[in-house]
Design a protein around this ligand. Structure first.
Ligand SMILES: [Zn+2]
Length: 106
């Protein structure tokens, strides 16, 4: 699967709640795969690959299993989404305005 469509898939799953957002996953660890299904790309995580496992509190007792590459994309996407959400809440965009230089002698 090309990285762009995987990213899109992860974005959709974050939007519809299939994949949890940042705050609901307090613990992540990894290890060799054992035939788990990746929650991001729906592929099988084989013993030759590493699995990243996230324990979700808000999403229930079911842990989230992801390929390492899918985990990184998931992390990027939820960070991007939480950034977008926090800038929505603040009405003014968080753009640092450089102080306007005043003309001397006026
Ligand atoms: Zn995957």
């Amino acid at each position: 699967m090309p990285p762009e469509s995987l990213q899109l898939l992860i974005r959709q799953k974050l939007a519809n709640g299939t994949l949890p957002m940042n705050s609901s996953v307090p613990r992540i660890w990894g290890g060799p795969g054992n035939g788990e299904t990746c929650e991001a790309c729906d592929g099988v995580i084989t013993k030759d690959e590493w699995v990243s496992e996230g324990v979700s509190l808000a999403g229930g007792p079911k842990p989230v299993h992801l390929h390492v590459k899918c985990f990184h994309l998931w992390q990027e996407e939820r960070q991007a989404m939480s950034r977008a959400q926090s800038s929505d809440r603040a009405l003014a965009p968080a753009v640092s305005r450089a102080p306007t230089p005043r003309s001397p002698g006026r």
